[in-house]
Ligand binder design. Sequence first.
Ligand code: SF4
Length: 510
Amino acid sequence: MATTLIDRTGPVTAAPKPDVAGLSCHAGKEELTKAAQAAGKSEALEQYARDYPLGPHDQPQSMCPAFGSLRVGLRMKRTATILSGSACCVYGLTFTSHFYGARRSVGYVPFNSETLVTGKLFEDIRDAVYALAKPEDYDAIVITNLCVPTASGVPLQLLPKEINGVRIIGIDVPGFGVPTHAEAKDVLSGAMLKYAASEIRQGPVAAPRTARSALPAVTLVGEMFPADPVGIGRMLEPMGLAAGPVVPTREWRELFAAFDCAAVAAIHPFYTASIREFESAGRTVVGSAPVGHDGTATWLSAIGQACGVRADKIAAAQNAILPAIKGALAAKPIKGRITVSGYEGSELLVARLLIESGAEVPYVGSACPRTRWSDADREWLEARGVTVQFRASLENDIAAMMDARPDLAIGTTPVVQKAKQLSIPSLYFTNLISARPLMGPAGAGSLAQVINAAMANKQRFDVMTDFFAGVGEGHAAGIWEDTPVDRPEFARKYAGMLAARAKAEEAVGT
Ligand code: SF4
């Protein structure tokens, strides 16, 4: 599959013409934000600022946020995705999508300075949408404004809401407004849920493709390993409940089914916009997840209460599963000190499971923000002496690892790279932790397996470190005839020049 250039084929209509001459990705967050506000995007940016609060770090170092929403769209059946942004951004996003196995083409409406400045880009997007909107192929088309089109105010909100029965969803996902790719998943999921809710209010909607359970369902929010919803369903059964759809959904009609629930489980706690839609529809939302013994006991109780289940039935559900979880945790203990960091939003759940398995976890860092839906997990962890850092930066994560000197570091690519340099066994959160079950007895057993295997590698790291000893580090890494000489004075000189220039620019600006 590839990136498809979509040429304009239809009529040209008037559109706003923002003054965006000279604007580029390199303009910086502040300039891009100012430009976007001036170009009519204040409302969207203010909503993002409320939904995805910043601080202490203002932008954790993760991939382009738009990858999150792009992936959600690409995973949905009968959904077309179109990007509007700089070619380099689109190249990176499509490359990453296909690297992660997208089986769909990504549409792209290219622009140049002229089409951006004159407002013609919006006309091109509009024409592309008309050309694609074939109900025999699609239920929905998602168009995403990346940084420059958002800053330029390309008004996706003026696109028709529907063409030939195909829903049109326009979203702005700029790196300067949406902090992480995790939260960008919520931007699209929230927009789709909002659209689906308006359809439900207007009249009958399509039923789910597969027959729904006769039991009231619990909608699950957050991407998870495919076996987890099945396991959750089994845990809910004794309470007379079933696992409902998982949001982000894989098909449009599942959005309707997601609203048809007794309660919503915010398994991942950062889906603020999506949760807002469920709450506006009068659904009760429950945080945390059935991980480990304590987590499962509390979660089943909270879900049971939210769904009005009798206390004896809640106890029956707990008694049916908790001994098995206890058994799995005891059978596969984890002994060692582990630091956890990631940008998936499930870091706190993983840390809980590790601690219940016997591990010492001094630090958990998440690129996602603190929300009320993560409070229960945060409190549980803090009560056990864990430092929980929301909006953690790479520097936070590395400093915590250096300080704790763990037996295993679970983290993002640069954290894992640093750990390897220090001969600390490490695991990628995204590829190795998120790609296995976490819930119920299956989660307990499966996590221990990969963690213990990684920790057992410590000796191999020591052997490697010995093997490569003396080949140099940093500026002198490698085998040299003349070993490069470090010149820290140059770095100091340029840092001084940059600081002086920034000061001068500030003085001119005031
Ligand atoms: S869209 Fe924005 S955040 Fe994403 S790669 Fe382009 S400039 Fe960076």
